[in-house]
Design a protein around this ligand. Structure first.
Ligand SMILES: [Zn+2]
Length: 219
């Protein structure tokens, strides 16, 4: 069974299970998905509609097919006011806490800040860093604080930080994703199994178990 935990487009590629990441203004899609996550993406933040947009996320958060909140996060490489991003992130972390669901995080140049937010928060719900792309020490610190890390195209970039981290972290804290980059989830699993020198069966079993532990759903 191939599980893709971060994909926006409506087709599923070769995944058996997709956690569709739906944006705050896509209420219709939330109704039609088996499993989804809903959030206000940092790129879509607009000061003028912030309260209303967060309200939409809060409204959908309790639906039973909404397994997580997000993607939300901090992106210090885009031209969107960082204070407003922080406000939107904190609000969605609170929604996740209230709904008792994990948070899916988009993080660009903000690992230290999100790690310290996690340390200072009393959140017990897992935070999942999608497209994780940081050095092994950051990976270890996040995992120690109850976070999961999701990998996709980064497993094919041998010079990258994510590639180095993936070789060293415990597999019970890992997920895989395609994130609409034209990659198949099967290729990601195959690459991961090769890099960690384990069988596909074992890897699939582990990710299925991670899904259950993180989202509370047996597949
Ligand atoms: Zn995304």
């Amino acid at each position: 069974m191939y599980i893709d935990i971060h994909r926006h487009s409506s087709d599923s590629g070769d995944a058996d299970v997709v956690l569709r990441n739906v944006f705050h203004n896509e209420h219709g899609r939330v109704l039609s998905e088996n499993y989804c996550s809903v959030g206000l993406h940092p790129w879509h933040i607009n000061r003028a509609s912030l309260v209303r947009d967060l309200g939409l996320v809060g409204k959908m958060a309790l639906q039973s097919n909404v397994l997580a909140i997000g993607e939300t996060g901090l992106d210090k490489a885009v031209d969107i006011d960082i204070e407003t991003q922080r406000e939107a992130f904190r609000a969605q972390a609170e929604i996740a806490k209230m709904a008792n669901k994990p948070l899916i995080i988009h993080c660009v140049k903000a690992y230290d800040e999100l790690l310290s937010l996690r340390k200072n928060s009393r959140h017990k719900q897992p935070w999942i860093f999608h497209w994780f792309n940081a050095a092994p020490q950051t990976a270890f610190d996040l995992i120690a604080k109850g976070c999961y890390l999701s990998f996709g195209i980064t497993l094919f970039k041998e010079e990258g930080k994510a590639f180095k981290s993936f070789g060293q972290i415990p597999l019970d804290r890992v997920f895989f994703e395609t994130d609409d980059v034209g990659l198949s989830i099967k290729e990601v699993y195959e690459k991961a199994a090769f890099l960690r020198n384990i069988t596909m069966d074992k890897l699939m079993g582990q990710i299925k178990l991670n899904f259950k532990n993180c989202f509370g759903k047996s597949l």
